[in-house]
Design a protein around this ligand. Structure first.
Ligand SMILES: [Zn+2]
Length: 491
């Protein structure tokens, strides 16, 4: 009798390779996966050939035990991939409690606060979910380190922006966890700051893990040039909005049309609902500047708006600003239904969406989730609020009192006019985001997939075509008009 307590690897091939990858390249690949550079202090404690099963194939790899900053890690890697990483110091060092200082929300209207955050204990701002990268090679700012795990820096310290994004993104994670979110996929997510994005410091973006060679998601934030925007790294709304994209991206993966409008509106909504306000980025708009803030000098975007679906004002807006209709509609509900109940219903409704869901699917999923979680008590309040926002054409066959009718009338794969990618403006000089070229490769990551920006309409089309073609491509010429995504755009 054979008893198996666990899984046997599913391997189809019986062909064993005699070619082994270069061991030093495997070490470098492992270090990169652990967010270390070759200059980090490390030692190879063990190096052994073995096969690693992956997707039905046995890959010849190096099984390594590396000591990095005196902490041991075990990896399985070849020169191209790191297949698995394990920390070997669970017994030595449980997560430690770090103290990280940042503004409670932003420098304009809140005080400094000490956030208590579980860290892995390697002396950097790294938890099991997040790590930081202050772009030292271009910014000249080194990474914050603390043997006591206290990262209490004053606002004029070079380390304050790094501590701020880490505190704020960890706090946003806690908020989503309180709604039922559990992490899926690669981690830790890197938050890179002091970055230049398409030649500008005035933006921020989220990129899912599939788009990076390290298979880990990343948020990149510029500093702002203090002419257009400021405080991008120390205002909690910026990193909170970007992390919202990470959570929503579990189900909605399109970055065009109504899916993009939903993404932006929902990422704004969760940021608003966490902080209990309706203004996005209170401290990032430069006062008196025509900087692209929807409420000049005050809010990048606002949930306090009268937008109506397909109304004249709505139709003139780019997808980021159209998202205000979604956040505005959801905030309408806060005056009619207990706000925490609304937020929980919105969060749960994400599970019913698919990669290219649109606004109709979202409205129906909200009412369905209300039936599931609240016995349908608020389904007709949601319906009436949706009608007030002009969504009647999307809900023609829906009776909010009858859950049997809560179906989307059109397939998620059917594009309506609204869902088709926006026609691109021809004159790039008038485009606020300037060039919409892709992001230069950094630390071996290929920016080759969906990218969700904090703002600017045309930047959302920044989808690469493979690094080499991309760098040579027409995006780099200022005179070239922006292009639509290629047909093989994966999301
Ligand atoms: Zn966004």
């Amino acid at each position: 009798m054979t008893i198996l307590l666990g899984d046997l690897p599913a391997v189809e091939t019986e062909v064993f390779s005699t070619d082994w990858p270069d061991s030093s390249e495997s070490v470098q690949r492992s270090l990169a996966s652990l967010s270390q550079t070759s200059s980090s202090s490390f030692q190879v404690l063990k190096k052994e050939r073995c096969y690693f099963p992956n997707e039905g194939t046995l890959h010849p790899v190096w099984n390594l035990i590396l000591s990095i900053n005196s902490l041991p890690y075990e990896t399985w890697a070849d020169s191209e991939h790191t297949y698995k990483v394990s920390r070997l110091f669970f017994d030595l060092s449980e997560d430690v409690q770090g103290k990280v200082q940042a503004y409670e929300a932003n420098p304009k209207e809140s005080k400094l606060q000490t956030f208590l955050i579980g860290l892995i204990g390697d002396g950097t701002l790294t938890s099991q979910f997040f790590t930081t990268d202050p772009s030292p090679s271009s910014s000249g700012v080194s990474r914050a380190r603390s043997d006591t795990h206290e990262f209490i820096f004053s606002p004029d310290s070079e380390y304050f922006p790094e501590a701020s994004v880490f505190a704020h993104v960890s706090s946003m994670y806690d908020y989503f966890a309180s709604l039922g979110y559990t992490w899926e996929g690669g981690k830790p997510l890197t938050v890179r700051i002091h970055a230049t994005i398409n030649d500008t410091k005035n933006n921020a973006l989220y990129q899912p893990s599939d788009g990076t060679s390290l298979q880990r998601p990343i948020i990149i934030i510029g500093d702002g040039d203090n002419i257009v925007f400021q405080n991008l790294a120390i205002d909690s709304d910026v990193v909170s909005h970007e992390f919202g994209h990470h959570v929503i991206f579990r189900t909605v993966k399109e970055t065009t049309g109504e899916s993009l409008i939903l993404h932006e509106g929902l990422a704004d909504y969760f940021t608003f609902s966490k902080h209990g306000d309706t203004c996005l980025g209170e401290s990032i708009c430069v006062p008196d500047a025509d900087s692209g803030c929807y409420v000049a000098g005050q809010c990048l975007r606002t949930g306090d708006n009268p937008l109506v679906f397909q109304g004249d004002s709505y139709l003139k807006l780019d997808p980021h600003l159209k998202g205000q209709l979604i956040s505005g509609f959801l905030l309408d509900l806060h005056s009619k239904i207990e706000p925490r109940t609304v937020t929980k219903t919105v969060f749960s409704s994400l599970d019913l969406l698919v990669k290219n869901s649109g606004i109709e699917h979202f409205l129906v999923s909200l009412m369905l989730m209300d039936y599931k979680q609240n016995a349908g008590n608020s389904a007709c309040v949601i319906y009436e609020s949706a009608i007030m926002r002009g969504f009647k054409p999307l809900l023609k066959n829906v009776d909010c009192a009858d859950p049997q009718t809560l179906k989307a009338s059109r397939d998620a794969n059917t594009l309506t006019t609204e869902e088709k990618p926006e026609p691109q403006k021809k004159d790039p000089v008038k485009v606020r985001c300037g060039k919409i070229a892709g992001i230069a490769s950094h630390q071996g990551e290929d920016f080759s997939l969906a990218i969700l920006f904090l703002f600017f309409p045309l930047c959302v089309m920044a989808i690469a075509f493979g690094k080499k073609n991309f760098l040579r491509g027409p995006f780099l010429k200022k005179s070239s008009p922006p292009r639509l995504p290629p047909k093989n755009f994966r999301y």
